[in-house]
Design a protein around this ligand. Structure first.
Ligand SMILES: Cc1cc2nc3c(=O)[nH]c(=O)nc-3n(C[C@H](O)[C@H](O)[C@H](O)COP(=O)(O)OP(=O)(O)OC[C@H]3O[C@@H](n4cnc5c(N)ncnc54)[C@H](O)[C@@H]3O)c2cc1C
Length: 319
């Protein structure tokens, strides 16, 4: 097996999700290489070695500073063709999904997306794809090579093996059609604390908070725990909190070590986005709320009484 992994970076750091995919690839054996594309990214490349890449290709060029997919497809397509890679793996992100789709079209290759795992069975690679609202895993495969796969956020934990990667610069050869799109402006939602997908601790709020101001309780607890804030669709639809924080079937998939659900009923559509969290703690006044069926720890009571006390306790322990 010869595998190439698209290694993403953001704000001068390698993205957790993509280095976690490197680790998964390394655990399957064969040759595992990474590719980093961007401007001023060369120094990031050797770091990918710690996660399992034996070699990292770097396309470091001002022309690929903007996170646009087609120039990245150019880089990956050439590497796959010249290097004879049979497998190309991506960790889910908006950019990775676009690059994976573009590469599939360019190479006329099969892409399996939203995978939660990849295993070797009887000498063949088999992808595990959640289906029927995550209640079952479906086995998926490829009819031809290269096999392309896009994994869910949090499907794997990054494994630092401590190795060093050989770094190879690759010249940027762009197709004419790849340079037609330009980035006019990049807008960032202002947010504090860690990104949801990377957070080890998430405190999520739901309709039980009663009003938009109720999120202050959630924010204070998240801050005390050093975590990020998430929300259910019910509250983002109501305009209480930004859409970017929605966890669930039509929102983000997260897998922190600790997920604290505050005033959340635990609907299946929310559950599918957070069920792989390490420890799930639920605070809900209804002892029959579905969330208690899959929470590791449950507190039945009024969140307005419980959450401030919990925040205070966390602060005391930390100080
Ligand atoms: C196609 C589709 C896609 C969807 N995608 C998503 C998705 O991605 N993410 C998502 O979250 N939802 C999604 N939903 C919506 C989902 O079905 C639920 O409606 C939603 O998750 C409920 O949000 P909630 O738990 O905040 O609200 P509710 O279900 O209203 O639950 C509020 C909870 O707060 C508790 N509570 C109330 N007051 C207090 C108090 N004072 N103290 C303690 N507890 C209290 C209540 O007992 C209740 O259990 C989707 C629905 C559909 C149909």
């Amino acid at each position: 097996m010869k595998t190439l992994v698209f290694v993403e970076h953001h704000g001068g750091e390698l993205v957790k999700n993509s280095v976690a995919v490197l680790g998964k690839a390394a655990s399957l054996g064969g040759e595992v290489h990474g590719v980093v594309v961007g401007s001023g990214v060369r120094e990031l490349a050797p770091r990918a070695g710690a996660y399992g890449a034996a070699k990292v290709y770097v396309a470091d060029d001002e022309r690929v500073e903007a996170p646009l997919p087609q120039p990245r497809v150019d880089v990956l397509a050439k590497l796959v063709r010249d290097g004879g890679y049979d497998t190309v793996l991506f960790g889910q992100s908006v950019l990775a999904a676009d690059v994976a789709a573009g590469l599939a079209a360019r190479l006329d290759a099969g892409l399996n997306w939203d995978l939660a795992d990849l295993v070797e069975e009887d000498g063949r690679l088999v992808g595990k794809r959640p289906a029927l609202q995550d209640s079952v895993y479906v086995d998926v495969g490829w009819k031809s090579e290269p096999r392309l796969a896009l994994f869910r956020s949090g499907a794997f934990d990054p494994q630092e093996t401590g190795g060093e990667a050989e770094v190879e610069d690759v010249p940027l050869e762009l197709e004419d059609f790849s340079t037609r799109a330009t980035m006019v402006e990049q807008a960032h939602a202002e947010s504090e604390g860690p990104a949801l997908e990377d957070a080890n601790v998430i405190v999520a709020g739901g309709r039980g908070l009663g009003e938009p101001d109720g999120f202050k309780l959630v924010e204070e607890l998240a801050q005390a725990l050093g975590g990020a804030v998430a929300a259910t669709r019910a509250v983002v639809d109501a305009g209480w909190y930004p859409y970017a924080t929605q966890v669930g079937q039509t929102g983000k998939t997260v897998s922190p070590k600790l997920y604290v659900a505050v005033g959340i009923s635990g609907a299946i559509q929310h559950k599918v986005g957070m069920q792989s969290s390490g420890t799930i703690v639920a605070i809900n006044k209804d002892a029959n709320a579905p969330i208690f069926e899959f929470a590791d720890l449950g507190v039945v009571g009024d969140l307005h009484a419980i959450v401030p006390k919990l925040t205070e306790l966390v602060k005391q322990r930390r100080s």
